[in-house]
Design a protein around this ligand. Structure first.
Ligand SMILES: [Zn+2]
Length: 311
């Protein structure tokens, strides 16, 4: 049983400027947390070169978005896309392209049965990027692109995305809320950025939004997964399970106030793997989204990846 682990030095070169929470130090913290010898069985890969990156981006995004980013990319210093949140620096597009390459490569390898599952330690993150707009630290919606790529090139119909980042994946919802063949479930603090994700927003019956309230505990969050998200996911019977893996619902995270700890991420991962084994031969691809306390992020990713390896 193999777990792939993708990381690459290019992801450190997406510079968001001093004081920005979505920083390269996040990946350094993850790398350090995965140095322990218990992670030796991971199959570690760098981001591949691919010819089809722009085609794959256009599975989700308008051509105009890509054009805007190319025109805005600064030769030096920074360009700001939205209210100071989403920053472009000279290597940002290269990093964002490689992040897309990583998730597509992970889909290929999992369907070629070279691995059971994969964790993609990529940045910039993706789930706030809508088909027409980069926002909320996100340039391209990596996980949404992975879903459409799998459906197009691996001859499957139904893909599920579970998003446990503390923020609602408005971009993922916008990409799929009229598509009954892609399931999207999110737990997220409300009120918090970006303000979307009301439970009554159900798409065409394929969207499950589970708001969390300030200070909600792991016990309470687990109950909501057991009672709402897991039954809906099982009923959908996906052929591939994708995870928008943000770790900012951790109790130490500075951008939110949910009280999860490392064990909660291990539990969530274990339960998702059990469902994936029942419906899609354990095919799971997890991609990093948020998580802004460096120590909590490193330890939470370690717990998540350990569960993927045990699955
Ligand atoms: Zn987040």
């Amino acid at each position: 049983m193999t777990t792939l682990y993708y990381s690459d030095a290019i992801f450190l070169q997406h510079d968001t400027g001093f004081g920005h929470p979505e920083t390269a130090a996040r990946l350094t913290a993850i790398t350090k947390a995965l140095e322990d010898e218990s992670f030796n069985p991971l199959q570690r890969l760098n981001a591949p070169e691919r010819e089809d990156t722009e085609t794959n981006i256009e599975l989700i995004h308008d051509k105009s978005l890509l054009q805007t980013l190319k025109e805005t990319l600064p030769k030096d210093d920074f360009a700001v896309l939205d209210a100071g949140d989403t920053i472009l620096s000279p290597h940002s597009l290269e990093a964002a392209f490689k992040a897309v390459n990583v998730v597509c490569d992970a889909v290929d390898k999992v369907f070629q049965k070279k691995a059971n599952n994969a964790f993609c330690a990529i940045r910039p993150p993706g789930h706030h990027a809508t088909p027409v707009q980069s926002m909320g630290f996100c340039l391209f919606n990596n996980i949404a692109i992975a879903a459409e790529y799998a459906r197009k090139y691996h001859l499957i119909k139904k893909v599920a995305i579970v998003d446990f980042d503390v923020h609602h994946g408005n971009g993922s919802q916008a990409a799929f809320d009229t598509n009954p063949d892609v399931f999207y479930a999110s737990s997220h603090e409300m009120p918090n950025f970006p303000g979307t994700g009301r439970p009554q927003d159900t798409g065409v019956g394929n969207i499950v939004n589970v708001p969390l309230h300030s200070s909600e505990t792991g016990e309470s969050v687990r109950k909501k997964y057991r009672d709402i998200i897991f039954p809906a996911l099982r009923a959908f019977e996906p052929e591939l399970l994708l995870i928008s893996a943000g770790f900012d619902a951790h109790k130490d995270d500075p951008l939110a106030s949910i009280m999860l700890v490392e064990e909660d991420y291990a539990w969530l991962t274990d339960e998702l793997l059990k469902i994936a084994k029942q419906c899609c031969e354990g095919r799971v691809i997890s991609a990093l989204e948020g998580g802004y306390d460096l120590e909590a992020l490193g330890n939470s990713v370690a717990a998540h990846v350990q569960s993927l390896m045990n699955g």
